[in-house]
Design a binder for this molecule. Sequence first.
Ligand SMILES: O=C1NC(=O)NC(C(=O)O)N1
Length: 311
Amino acid sequence: AVDLSVTWLGRAMPGCLYNASGVWCREEDELAALRASAAAALITKSATLAPRDGNPEPRYHPTPLGSINSMGLPNRGFDYYLDFARRYGDGGGKPLFLSLSGLTLDDNCAMLRRLAEAGLPALPEINLSCPNVPGKPQLGYDFGATAEALDAFDAAYPGLYGVKLPPYFDPAHFAAMAEILNRHRRLAFVTCINSIGNGLVVDVDSEAVVIKPKDGLGGLGGDYVLPTALANVREFCRLLPGKDVVGCGGVKSGREAFMHILAGARAVQVGTCLHQEGPGAFARIAAELAALMRAKGYRRLDDFRGRLRTL
Ligand SMILES: O=C1NC(=O)NC(C(=O)O)N1
């Protein structure tokens, strides 16, 4: 039999697939459906300190190659997700992650302090990369601000934490970010990647954009982002010794999950495909991954994780 389990951060996951923050995870009933599915972990919608309506609709649009979204961090507010985490407990073996996306550094630190006080097993994934709050640049593209933020996170939170990174497109940027991330021992994982920000999808028939916020600009997901996601996973696996990289971007079957793990991913998140298919996607993708591994003679993920060959 094939073993898809993952042990990391001092926790065990029964498999390697879970949701990307923001998808099927804003409401408690969505989170319950994830927990009941073949997802091996759960992560909540990025929380701001106060509840937020987000951007005007239409703000999500599927396309033949994936999706474009400019949700604008609609969420129930930090207390809602902290309360869910209190009642979640150990989740029956499925780790819970809380995504935090404070509108200010103080908000992020306030949420981290509150999470630490709660003394729960839930781990924070701090979002450095939302591209969709009008007027707010992606923190992860400002190296000075990122360095300052991570110092503040270390002071506000005593445990292990992770960050959700935007995609980078230049080796100099991979190196600059790695130099900053490697200063932080308790920064245990990075999730690569968030959507490719500020794309523009055009409808030829209507001669219009397809989402309302930012005159149609939104984050891209799905097939559009797979090669970029794989590059970010492989580069940060090389550049961040001792840290885990979670792969996110373009996973819609066992094949893309296999690619992410081959590139070095510890675990794999599913976004656009989950939005389109629902939580049943996890059982399907896991079965496809297991079949691919069986065909190749692999019994567990460590047999091929990070073994992407160069030429
Ligand atoms: O970090 C985020 N990435 C996205 O692609 N969209 C959401 C959002 O807009 O809330 N946030």
